[in-house]
Design a protein around this ligand. Structure first.
Ligand SMILES: Nc1nc2c(ncn2[C@@H]2O[C@H](COP(=O)(O)OP(=O)(O)O)[C@@H](O)[C@H]2O)c(=O)[nH]1
Ligand SMILES: [Mg+2]
Ligand SMILES: [Zn+2]
Length: 280
């Protein structure tokens, strides 16, 4: 019988099969495979014995929080407190792209900047929309609910950007502490491992209010390059062009022509420069 792990508490795995939650143990032989089921894993279970027999192939996996099969990455970015950072935004977009998680950019604290200040950001925001990203505001609750429907979502973004505030609005009885840096999962006062999918109607979110950045396995330089998907619209002479030291490069030309946002390209260069089998 097929199900999905929705909660893990130490060595108990709660598997959702249709609308039933079955607390399972993992079968001993899984241990030999050095893989434990993660929240988000699709698994085959023996319902009678309440054991997990097999972990089905993962679409993706995060290290911190340690979860699998995420479909949507909700990036929360504030205009102020903390200041807007295209560098962090691009870094998060790259991580999500590489792991085949659809990104959504949610802007917060528009009320803290003036209309004149906002104009500075308009070009940047329009650019991200133009290259295909969904960009919305934390005030657009019904739009947000539609986008989160039927996905398994992780929230990410700087501490203080407004993740908990928004989650509390989406899940009325959640009561996450706002304005506090929560303790990282697995540390703090709860020593047992506890990761859970929070669910309401058709919205499913991983309860990881503490993290501000995701952590995945290493990427290659080429992965990072390919994650800047708009670069592919300017094919270079050399298929493996890194758009860096090469003399003839259509991506660099597009940056000069203003077709590629300068900050995107600069962030790209900074990412591949800090590269030593990158693990963010
Ligand atoms: N002015 C303003 N403050 C906000 C907004 N969203 C969140 N905040 C405040 O920003 C602070 C940090 O929010 P929090 O949700 O804890 O951020 P998190 O660290 O990303 O979970 C809190 O004091 C919130 O009340 C917003 O849209 N406008
Ligand atoms: Mg928080
Ligand atoms: Zn190039």
């Amino acid at each position: 019988m097929k199900g999905q792990v929705v909660k893990v508490i130490s060595d108990k795995f709660f598997v959702k099969v249709n609308d039933e939650i079955i607390p399972c143990k993992e079968r001993g032989k899984l241990r030999n495979m050095k893989t434990l089921p993660l929240v988000g894993d699709f698994v085959m279970i023996d319902k009678e014995k309440m054991v997990i027999e097999e972990i089905l192939e993962r679409k993706n996996m995060l290290i911190r929080p340690n979860v699998a099969n995420i479909t949507l990455g909700f990036i929360v970015t504030s205009f102020k407190n903390p200041d807007f950072s295209t560098n962090l935004l691009d870094k998060l977009l790259v991580q999500l792209e590489i792991n085949k998680i659809k990104p959504v950019i949610c802007l917060t604290k528009r009320d803290l900047i003036s209309d004149t200040e906002f104009l500075k950001y308009k070009e940047i925001i329009d650019y991200y929309k133009k290259i295909g990203y969904i960009v919305l505001y934390n005030t657009e609750l019904s739009k947000i609910k539609k986008i989160l429907a039927n996905e398994l979502t992780v929230f990410t973004g700087q501490t203080g950007a407004g993740k908990s505030t928004l989650l509390n609005k989406l899940f009325k009885d959640l009561n996450l502490k706002v304005g506090e840096v929560s303790l990282a999962l697995g540390r703090g006062k709860h020593t047992t491992r506890h990761i859970e999918i929070i669910e309401k109607d058709n919205i499913r979110v991983l309860d990881t209010p503490g993290f501000s950045a995701l952590s995945f396995l290493e990427y290659s330089k080429e992965d990072v390059r390919n994650a800047f998907k708009e670069f592919q619209e300017f094919p270079c002479i050399y298929k493996d062009c890194m758009h860096d030291k090469e003399i003839e490069c259509n991506v660099k030309a597009a940056v000069s022509d203003g077709k590629i946002l300068k900050s995107r390209y600069e962030n790209y260069l900074s990412f591949i420069a800090e590269f030593k089998d990158m693990r963010w």
